[in-house]
Write a protein that binds this ligand. Sequence first.
Ligand code: PXG
Length: 439
Amino acid sequence: MSNTTPNDLSSYWMPFTANRQFKENPRMLVAADGMYYTSHDGRQILDGTAGLWCCNAGHKRPKIIKAVSDQMETMDYAPAFQMGHPAQFELASRLTSIMPGDLNHVFYTNSGSEAVETALKIALAYHRANGEGHRTRLIGREKGYHGVNFGGMSVGGMPANRKMFGNMLSGVDHMRHTHDLSKNAFTRGQPEHGAELADDLERLCQLHDPSTIAAVIVEPLAGSAGVILPPKGYLERLRKICDQHGILLIFDEVITGFGRLGTPFAVDCFGVQPDMVTAAKGLTNGTIPMGAVFASDKIHDVFMNGPEGMIEFFHGYTYSGNPVACAAALATLDTYDDDGLLERTDDMAQYWEDAIHSLKGTRNVIDLRNLGIIGAVELEPIAGAPTKRAFSAFLKAYEEGLLVRTTGDIIALSPPLIIEKSHVDKLIEILSKVLKEID
Ligand code: PXG
């Protein structure tokens, strides 16, 4: 075999991975094309996760490859501060033209985590610039995932991601999550029950006084916690409470952005307009690290008031708007346009929904959820061994030629948006076999 298997696995400390278990029996991917990965032992693996929710247009897309290569030839890097290059501006115009409402300004980062930190900092600085420096509290939600940096971890609500790291940011509070199988199990699309959970925000306003709260951040559809959909009316209610109290609403669309829900963004899908949106992943189809924060006119314009020679926002990254990342993003948008992926007009979402829900009645399946091209299969945990059943399903699926993601005892599915019915059939066939065979 060619040099695809490193001899020594010990040097690389892998992220969010059981390192010792992995290194006992590594799962290496060595190539990718369209809907498939190739494993190191030469098998075709159907990509049920679009990488990590990021390769929305599938793999090895020619326009992206060419754009990245051309940009490398022309200009590899340009300083991000006090200098610009054309692709940054072109990309910003194109992105904001897709963004609904007046989210007309975009700040570049290199990941979803950095987009979240940036959005939280913009929120605090906005209020201060507005003469409301007392608004310093940030509100998140249980089970929320907003990346792994200190701000995102603090507003996030994944216990395992938080417990090792001390006190985190002060002045953060959380609403309850909206996951409720007792009322909503096996719902197709948005659940009926739970809009009233948004009133947690009102309670937190009463507890802390609303004038101390800067922003609320939520994933419109929570991905990492296992695909938790917003109950009907929930996001609308959050928006209303934020408006009543002068609180900014941030949608973390790192997963839901770029066509995942059948619309360009979740904002379009749910019809609720936030003040800021964070994005990453599908922005470059996963090829080159890049994230972004979209801000409304209201927010952006407050910053543009001081002396003209003054830096308005003391924040940014060496790689903000990196030319190669911008080239990848522009070509990604072209690819989405070519294939109509931001708003697939055929019946794929319906086909996907029916396929996911065809697993009802399969052994250990206690819930099925779907929206756009996202699906979740929730399994009854093995008594005393939570997460074990879903992880066995993940391992077995990989053996059978399907890549899925698991979190807790939930299997999350988010294949590339180029998926066709034959792929859906294959995915469900493998998954159903796996669920029947594992303990
Ligand atoms: N916000 C949200 C909503 C995310 O889903 C981040 C921020 C952080 O992005 P970066 O680029 O810093 O990783 C994410 C990332 C999974 C999974 O399988 C989800 C993410 C990352 C890796 C795996 O659920 N989401």
